[in-house]
Design a protein around this ligand. Structure first.
Ligand code: NAP
Length: 377
């Protein structure tokens, strides 16, 4: 690739926005060209407006970028969005209508029938739903979403099992990191030395999103997986990394019960993006931890640069068939990294080419070397 796609970040000052900036520094295909946040931040240099919370230095070039108003006028065509759902509900369609490819982290449109909810390793074919969006026809713009941070680890672990054996029932209990609530998030007085057994709407999101992701694209819509699912979601005093205890009842695709070795084999051989050249796709998306006390957030969350999920403790379940533990990094694989991988997939499919955009999104692209065909190379 000769030049990079210029990209913008909506909600650039937040927890997920900061991860976007960190993960996109030196990205081979994308370059940060535009940052936007609320009225509190717009007009200020990023280094002044954002409270940088990550353990790598804020890049100097980024610190100097003046934060733009959250308006499509003058924004690049590709927008990574990291907004609260209520704000995303209003802003994301405006950017799509103006011709932007909006790659969103928010829950606002994940369950909309014509909006793809995508994990590239799981259901890349669901991206066809962008063709069902009115803005795609009118301006070329569209919305694509990635799942909730607790859903993604679960689904990555379930997909290889579902493919080979089928799944009929899923029971999951989460132990979710505080960074999942954004910054400043849960007050320290509420979470230190404590567990909070409630995260607003999280259980409903996990249950619905899991079945959509594992569902089948049929014609113009996704038919969710016909499985029963129950989620218990808890906030725990961990900085980064969501841990989940999972029990499953398998289907009967084999015509006999699956063995432990067969389930381990399904995880080990699950490499659906191998050879596709997406820069941030992990070589081994589902890593097995053989130790009896793993995975653990502090030790395992950064596997595959934070893009792999780790499974461990596979054993028979006394109620359903099998139980195991899964861990994923909530702001990398569960948020910014997921959106970046979605954008890489869109680029590789030629879906980031400029649309029919007379004004608004995409204006900036000419000034930073837009080359529509470069990414599919
Ligand atoms: N944290 C995670 O692990 C995680 C994982 C998956 C998905 N998500 C989702 O990602 C989204 C962002 O989460 P977060 O944790 O990054 O939240 P956050 O830390 O609270 O950041 C919110 C961002 O939105 C901006 N914003 C607020 N009001 C705005 C407005 N009216 N117009 C434009 N921008 C506005 C804020 O800008 P100011 O600084 O100017 O206020 C900030 O940049 C949420 O939908 C969340 O559910 C988060």
């Amino acid at each position: 690739m000769k030049t990079k796609y210029p990209i913008g970040i909506l909600g650039a000052t937040g927890m997920v926005g900061q991860r976007f900036i960190q993960l996109l520094e030196n990205h081979p295909w994308f370059e940060v060209a535009w940052l936007a946040a609320s009225d509190r931040s717009s007009g200020k240099p990023y280094g002044e407006a954002a409270r940088w919370r990550l353990d790598t230095p804020l890049p100097e070039r980024i610190a100097r970028i003046v934060i733009a108003p959250a308006d499509p006028e003058g924004a690049p065509r590709i927008i990574f969005a990291a907004l609260d759902a209520a704000i995303a509900r209003e802003l994301e369609p405006r950017f799509a209508a103006a011709g932007c490819a909006v790659v969103s982290n928010s829950s606002a449109y994940r369950m909309a029938a014509n909006v793809p909810l995508v994990i590239p390793e799981i259901n890349a074919d669901h991206l066809h739903l962008i063709e069902e969006q009115p803005s795609r026809r009118d301006s070329g713009g569209y919305m694509v979403t990635n799942p909730n941070c607790s859903t993604i680890g679960l689904v990555m672990a379930l997909k290889p099992i579902e493919e080979r054996f089928g799944i009929e029932q899923i029971f999951v209990t989460t132990m979710q990191a505080v960074s999942g609530a954004g910054y400043p998030g849960v007050p320290s007085m509420d979470i230190l030395g404590n567990v909070v057994p409630y995260i607003g709407s999280e259980e409903e999101k996990m249950e619905a999103e899991t079945l959509k992701l594992l569902g089948r694209l049929e014609g113009h819509a996704v038919t969710p997986l016909a499985a029963r699912i129950s989620a218990h979601c808890n906030r725990v005093a961990v900085e980064d990394g969501h841990t989940e205890s999972v029990s499953i009842k398998l289907g009967n695709k084999l015509g006999r019960p699956a063995t432990r070795e067969e389930i381990l084999g399904a995880w080990a051989e699950f490499r659906p993006l191998a050879g596709q050249g997406l820069p941030t796709a992990p070589d081994q998306p589902v890593e097995w931890a053989p130790q009896s006390d793993r995975p653990q957030p502090r030790l395992d969350r950064n596997r595959g640069n934070g893009m792999a999920v780790t499974v461990g403790r596979l054993r028979p379940c006394g109620v359903l068939d099998w139980k195991f533990t899964v861990l994923s990094h909530n702001t990398i694989r569960g948020a910014a990294g997921a959106a970046i991988l979605n954008a890489e997939l869109l680029a590789s499919l030629g879906k980031l080419e400029p649309g029919r955009v007379p004004s608004g999104c995409g204006d900036r692209s000419s000034s930073v070397g837009w080359q529509p065909t470069a990414a599919s190379a």
